[in-house]
Ligand binder design. Structure first.
Ligand SMILES: [Ca+2]
Length: 400
């Protein structure tokens, strides 16, 4: 996720550097529109964690699940049976219709992770966002070629998802590419540890501590429900609890995950098909519209007289094309023929002039996956690059 997070990836060769790059990236690109950074943040961490694991996968993993290159490498002291922990167990039990003694038993197995409490804090002020740096990181040659290979391997599933959900295959590939580098970086925490830590000890210094703590309690309940339903005890996640190839939070696993390879169970770690279908389903449920562009380019030298009004709705498409023209934006005939609302999206480039695009409702839908315009545009451009590379490979193959 997130973020933001850019060139820092290159610095993530060690775990310590990984922590640094998460923070650095967040500073660079965390968009103001982002109301819920956790998912994005998790993905970014996952993406940035390039450290290769060589140990055997955790023995607790359920057969057929994520067996992995990743291992659980973060731990801490176990939670004690305090009144607060018992109260949390009772709360989750009631909310999710789970046996309270079973919930408490699970929470007593969780470890308190001080690291995740640091990672969920927002970036300190002073570092400017930088779209160009962000883009450079996510549109690396290895990520583009990885997307082409992922598409090649999963072409039947991608075609099926595109047909069923009306979401372009390259968008689905790009989301999985940005989130986890096509499954290479799905995190190295136990989701139970992460979500219990963030439910019990969410940092009070966070500007929205109460809201975030409540969010993580809900996600902890959703995870426990998954654990009980599947009888799988270990779920690997990012530092914010995002899981699998598409980095779904537990509640999203319940709401949007699908058994796309029809083998009888949903596995977003080991089944690339299930991940593909689930991403398509997620975007469809959030209103993806077939054949609608995601954004239009705009000449950055447009009249800035009404810039404040234009940026006020942030990424929410709010303006008709006539309104934009009335305020002096030079719209091409193609944009003028667009019938839906548009948003003027500004992406900062550190000290350089910002970039602008006109986001459509599909652009907005992408930000429902990760509440960031930087994220959405990176996904779009990575998808375009993967699609172009695949087409080029096909031409070269046919020429041989
Ligand atoms: Ca399946």
């Amino acid at each position: 996720m997130t973020f933001y997070r850019l060139t820092a990836k290159l610095l993530c060769l060690t775990r310590v550097a990984g922590l640094f790059c998460v923070i650095f990236s967040a500073l660079l690109c965390s968009p103001s529109s982002r109301a819920s950074p956790d998912k994005g943040a998790s993905s970014t961490l996952a993406s940035q964690n390039t450290k290769k694991n060589t140990k055997a996968p955790h023995k607790g993993l359920h057969k057929g699940s994520y067996k992995a290159r990743q291992i659980i490498s973060e731990t801490g002291p176990p939670f004690k049976r305090t009144p607060e922990l018992v109260a949390l167990a009772n709360h989750i039990s009631l909310e999710n219709n789970l046996p309270s003694h079973w919930v408490l038993d699970q929470l007593l197995k969780a470890k308190s992770l001080s690291k995740v409490k640091q990672l969920v804090l927002p970036p300190s002020v002073g570092v400017k966002k930088n779209w160009m740096a962000y883009k450079e990181r996510f549109l690396s040659e290895s990520r583009i070629l990885g997307g082409r290979d992922f598409a090649q391997k999963n072409w039947a599933s991608l075609e099926k998802a595109q047909r069923l959900y009306q979401v372009p295959w390259e968008i689905i590939v790009a989301i999985i590419g940005v989130e986890t580098f096509y499954g290479k970086n799905m995190g190295y925490f136990k989701a139970l540890d992460v979500l219990t830590s963030l439910s019990m000890d969410f940092p009070k210094s966070h500007p929205r501590a109460q809201e975030r703590e409540s969010f993580f309690k809900q996600e902890l309940g959703a995870l426990l429900k998954l654990m009980q339903t599947t009888q799988q005890s270990v779920w690997i996640s990012s530092y914010a609890g995002a899981m699998g190839l598409p980095q779904f939070m537990p509640s999203n696993w319940h709401k949007f995950a699908v058994d796309f390879d029809e083998d009888g169970h949903i596995d977003l770690y080991a089944s690339q098909a299930d991940a593909i279908g689930s991403v398509g389903n997620y975007l469809a449920k959030f209103g993806w519209q077939s054949h609608m562009p995601t954004y239009f380019d705009i000449d950055p030298n447009f009249d800035k007289t009404h810039l404040q009004e234009l940026l006020a709705p942030d990424i929410l498409p709010s303006f008709k094309t006539q309104q934009l023209m009335d305020w002096g934006l030079p719209l091409t005939p193609t944009v003028q023929s667009h019938t839906g609302p548009l948003a003027l999206v500004m992406l900062e480039n550190a000290e350089a002039e910002p970039s602008y695009v006109l986001g459509t409702e599909n652009f907005y839908t992408l930000t429902r996956y990760n509440w960031s315009s930087y994220y959405a545009l990176a996904v779009i451009e990575l998808g375009q690059a993967v699609k172009a590379n695949r087409a080029l490979s096909s031409i070269q193959s046919n020429a041989r």
